[in-house]
Design a protein around this ligand. Sequence first.
Ligand code: GDG
Length: 488
Amino acid sequence: MVVANRLAVDSVTEPDGTQGWKLSPGGLVTALEPVMRSADGAWIGWPGSVDTHVEPFEHGGITMVPVSLDQTEVERYYEGFSNDTLWPLYHDVIAQPSYHREWWDSYVSVNRRFAERAAALASEGATVWVHDYQLQLVPGLLREQRPDLTIGFFNHIPFPAYGLYSQLPWRRQILTGLLGADVIGFQRTADAGNFARAVRRLFGYETRGSSIRVPLENTDERRPERSRTVVARAFPISIDSASFAELAARPDVVERARQIREDLGNPKTVLFGVDRLDYTKGIRHRLKAYAELLEDGRLDAADTTLIQVASPSRERVAAYMELRDEIEMTVGRINGDFGAIGSAPVHYLHHGYPREEMVALYLAADVMLVTALRDGMNLVAKEYVASRIDGDGVLILSEFAGASDDLRQSLLINPHDIQGVKEAIVTAVEMDPRERKRRMRALRRKVLENDVAKWSATFLEELARASHATASSSAPTRDGVELEEAGS
Ligand code: GDG
């Protein structure tokens, strides 16, 4: 069973006026859809619109179990606490997090609803996999009601350093919620380290490698030392690499990529960025570097084009409205300063596209720009690599995206260092074709070997091991192992 904020489908109105469902875009669904289909699983989540009361239904081999949210809950639990408190806090306070007690109260009650739904539907001894920062209390709440379950949690976004995490007025409650899981997965080893440090600082629990010893409530006075072991470690997420490679081989997609370049006037260089319109993605930094290169004359607007797809996201949150205004003003300024009739240096598209079109854009792009200021993983970087079956193309990748741990043969950048980003763009544009292919070959090996099926299998294996260890459990031994100091 998967428990996630969003159901894996969006409601759509068919041409004949009837209501239907289609698989939704976005990191989590892109990642889990193939796994769930093959596991014949159930997916609990919010359908994405207010007061939608729908009975469970089947879609694409997955049982969808909708959880309804009312208007106030959408404002407080989702737009508020999830996207205006936790999201900026966990992304290193790039934007200022807002702390409101009524948002927290709503977060608690919605997490409780998800947990109750899962507790009511899960079969005896089932495996439940809870996803992401919107539902951090669910593992703890679920364990209280259903100790028979094996519970996993995966955090798709970063986990911040203690100095930032400690701002959160409800920092202890969140940790208690997460520690209800048997396995807590993070994107990077650094995230797991930040989590373990927060646990030591706030609770003083012992941690040893990826194991955390959580004392059980003292129900048995003869065994005051009883504890359970929670595993917290990195499981870097990936994509369904083969399906991107297959799309990239389709003649209509290849033709579409050619068409895109032709429609742009066959420029020498096509640069490409695609992101949810989010302040974590570094779109402004990218535009600034590009504009300066045009200004300096190191790139020529006559033979260079940047396509920036910014898919609409969280449009009712104030920080996102401001960001959109800022980006659109900057794009307008660049096109005004450097454009000519029939040629615009930036093609800015505020739309979502079908996956075929995304792959055609990946194929049309000489240089892919991933300039996130902070990003759990960044699947776009991996999708670009998987799509380049021609072995060509250059990936510029922020070291603050989890993907940079693995994709070392990209051009790694610090997006705050605008000069460094400019140099990387010039290096990419001028790179010798043999060097491009050498790098892309190494990147492709990584992405094709480590796909999403391997990611979920690795997580689920760890979860099975953890549940087995608990079943035959005793407290972890201290013999011969140095425990990290509480409070360090
Ligand atoms: C979160 C974490 C982590 C985007 N626009 C369109 C579209 N997309 C797809 C991309 C990609 C996905 O959405 C975005 O994934 P990212 O990883 O880049 O970023 P987030 O949405 O922020 O995801 C992130 C991820 O969770 C998974 O754990 O990597 O760090 O922030 O797959 O292709 N897809 C289509 N049309 C679009 O217009 N079809």
